[in-house]
Design a protein. Structure first.
Length: 116
């Protein structure tokens, strides 16, 4: 079953925020030679944004396959214990959480070093 109540709000937020984030990444890429944009903050922002964009789309693809099952329930039963289940959990949920936490910790440490 396709969950309209889940996908409509996700797409309403995801599409404009993806466009905005890609525009910010393009601006940072164009201005990367300037002195102001050579700092660790902007480098971390760029790298973390690219990784998060990839992982959020992989997670949503996993949500589509696991929860909505457009290909039918047999697909999940045939992939039980193989690549897809491990990839869905470790490749999206697990790493998405750790990358966000690691990014916040590194940014906070960078600000701490700047202030002190």
């Amino acid at each position: 079953l396709f969950r309209i109540g889940f996908w409509v709000p996700v797409l309403i937020v995801l599409i404009p925020s993806t466009i905005l984030e890609i525009r910010l990444l393009l601006i940072l890429w164009r201005l990367r030679g300037h002195v102001n944009y050579k700092s660790l903050f902007y480098r971390l922002f760029f790298i973390q944004s690219v990784i998060e964009l990839c992982l959020i789309y992989l997670y949503l693809l996993g949500q589509l396959v696991v929860k909505d099952q457009p290909q039918g329930g047999d697909f999940l039963l045939t992939t039980n214990g193989s690549f897809f289940g491990k990839f869905y959990y470790y490749g999206t949920v697990y790493w998405f959480f750790h990358i966000q936490v690691f990014g916040v910790v590194v940014q906070s440490f960078n600000r701490y070093l700047t202030v002190c």
